[in-house]
Design a protein around this ligand. Sequence first.
Ligand SMILES: Cc1cc2nc3c(=O)[nH]c(=O)nc-3n(C[C@H](O)[C@H](O)[C@H](O)COP(=O)(O)OP(=O)(O)OC[C@H]3O[C@@H](n4cnc5c(N)ncnc54)[C@H](O)[C@@H]3O)c2cc1C
Length: 242
Amino acid sequence: MGNIVSEQAFNVIDMHPAGSDVYRIKLKPRSGFVPPYRAGQYLEILLPGRQPCAFSIASAPSFQQEDIELHVQQLPESQTSTELFDQLNKGRVDVRLPSGNCFLPDPLPETPLVFVAAGTGFAQMKSMVEHCLNQNHAKGIHLYWGARTPAGFYLPYLPIQWSARGVHYHPVVSDAIADDDWCGRHGLLYEAILADKEQLLDGNIYLSGSPQMVYATIDVIENAGFNRKNMHSDVFDYAPRP
Ligand SMILES: Cc1cc2nc3c(=O)[nH]c(=O)nc-3n(C[C@H](O)[C@H](O)[C@H](O)COP(=O)(O)OP(=O)(O)OC[C@H]3O[C@@H](n4cnc5c(N)ncnc54)[C@H](O)[C@@H]3O)c2cc1C
């Protein structure tokens, strides 16, 4: 069952850079408590005269939650992004939530869970990974986070901390850089998933990022034997293929 959608004013109680162009933002509803939402859902910030701006809720839901976290990329070439940051800097935003059909079911599936994120797609995965850890999901949690360069992992230590709690974390850098200090994986996200196919084949797979990334990944892994029914993404709703 979905939660009731509400519109509310939120105060911006914290906003600081994480990496070069992503801000980690905390919002607190002026009414007191955050309305119920599911791990993986997003909210929309309402700006006058603009389409609603969607942002994944990066915090896991909890009882009587007082604030929520977002990871917002600043896009200097986007007028919407400029107006959004102007509004955030004023310390108050109007928000509609929750939205989105790509969220973790309750109870969690008795399968491995595979989270695949590019860039700020990590925000949606953070909510879901933290929810799984809160629920002591024991069937395996795998996180693949893709960025063009190592600097793109804007919260580099957080998934490493999750590793200590059993999360299998795989950062994947796509740009080939000679002589860099990166000792992790290079390539595309689907190449990393295919390399680990045997452990992931029965899993439920959640993907977040640009539609191009999501569709390229599902096409390749479906051809390799993964079940399309186990793949979940908001992209299927907001950018459906003809
Ligand atoms: C469901 C959804 C969730 C989003 N979550 C975030 C988020 O957590 N952080 C963030 O910085 N931006 C997110 N975005 C993108 C964000 O809404 C827009 O970048 C922002 O509103 C500025 O609008 P724009 O028209 O200038 O950019 P747009 O042209 O609308 O967006 C720029 C690009 O950002 C991509 N994108 C970046 N991050 C995401 C993401 N996490 N999920 C989906 N698409 C993404 C979009 O595919 C698009 O190609 C999300 C978009 C959608 C549809």
